[in-house]
Design a protein. Structure first.
Length: 364
């Protein structure tokens, strides 16, 4: 009997104890979570000012700290706030990478900055103090590097993967695709002193991509830059560049750069897109005698174009563009000039030798 009573009393004590347990741990965890969120929000409210404080006297550690804060804050912010910080990040890199140079220091930078022997003490002594610091600390951790654009010279650039890694995951689909694609296209320079570093087939592929992007995402905030890329790669396809022109007179297939002609013929036969139609018109155009072109496609050259040793080539190219319907849709847009779409994961405006000023439909 006492054993049974003892067991009954034990069960009663356990039951009572269960009814008087301290508050559930989830409530404590929830309180801690709210506290953490408030701390993050407080830190994020300071982020824009921290970005503004980055200058050409800041250290790589300062820059890395801001980038770490961005990675923590972006998921907590609205889309408009993310976009504003994206714009601010570009100005931040532009300030960080600015370097004042004397004529001699500029000459040393142009001559040695891309050299494998950059870290040689004799070379470093010729650079400006800021260049010495930037060259020694460039790399993936800070998302910047010295870069030979092939047409505008040697400069620092923010690496294309910066926006891809830090901002793209928190942007709308259209902007994600834009940044992902351009980051891949611009990972390596497409131009060099001798012409293209990519094939004509790749040029054609990129022209088609941007043509399709413009049609698929007409409301993208980066639509103007997509238009620029579409126009630029179409120009590359049919014009080439100064050191690797498609032709000097566009008269007959024998006067067309062979690799370019092969790709243009392929497009004309296989592709029914706008680019394919332009390829067909290109093949028709090169069969038209120059005298007939002058009659049917009169072109007026500017005084400087008339004085150029390549005036006949310029005229032929302008006639070709008119015949194909190739024109710059943003030719009258004076908001941004000298736009560079070939070094970052968005189009940029150069400031001196630094290729890091982000521009889109908005001015900031």
């Amino acid at each position: 009997m006492p054993v049974k009573l003892g067991r009954s009393m034990l069960m009663l004590v356990l039951l009572i104890a269960g009814c008087h347990q301290p508050p559930n741990e989830p409530h404590q965890e929830e309180s801690q979570l709210h506290g953490t969120q408030k701390t993050v929000i407080s830190l994020c409210s300071l982020l824009n000012q921290q970005m503004q404080n980055i200058s050409n006297t800041s250290s790589v550690q300062d820059l890395q700290y801001v980038n770490q804060q961005l990675e923590q804050c972006l998921p907590q912010l609205s889309l408009s706030q993310r976009q504003q910080l994206l714009y601010a990040s570009t100005s931040m890199y532009q300030r960080f990478l600015a370097s004042d140079r004397t004529t001699e220091q500029q000459r040393a930078f142009d001559q040695y900055a891309m050299s494998d022997n950059t870290y040689n003490t004799s070379y470093l002594s010729e650079f400006s103090p800021r260049d010495r610091y930037l060259l020694q600390h460039q790399g993936n951790a800070a998302y910047y590097e010295v870069y030979d654009s092939g047409d505008t010279g040697i400069m620092y650039r923010r690496q294309p993967k910066y926006l891809l890694h830090i901002f793209a995951p928190y942007l709308p689909k259209a902007e994600q695709i834009f940044i992902e694609t351009l980051a891949a296209q611009n990972e390596l320079p497409i131009l060099s002193g001798n012409g293209f570093n990519i094939s004509w087939a790749e040029i054609s592929k990129r022209a088609l991509f941007w043509q399709n992007y413009v049609k698929t995402y007409p409301d993208s905030t980066l639509i103007d830059d997509a238009q620029r890329l579409k126009f630029r790669y179409t120009q590359f396809l049919f014009h080439g560049v100064s050191n690797m022109p498609v032709s000097s007179n566009y008269v007959g297939e024998d006067n067309i750069y062979p690799e370019a002609l092969e790709e243009i013929k392929y497009l004309a036969a296989q592709d029914h897109s706008e680019l394919g139609q332009q390829a067909k018109k290109f093949l028709h155009f090169i069969q038209i005698a120059p005298s007939k072109r002058d009659e049917s496609i009169p072109i007026e050259l500017s005084p400087s174009e008339q004085r150029s040793p390549q005036s006949e080539t310029i005229k032929a190219m302008k006639q070709l563009d008119h015949y194909m319907g190739l024109y710059d849709p943003l030719a009258l847009d004076s908001t941004h000039i000298n736009r560079d779409c070939l070094s970052d994961s968005i189009c940029i405006t150069h400031a001196g030798k630094v290729a890091n000023s982000l521009v889109s439909k908005q001015q900031f």
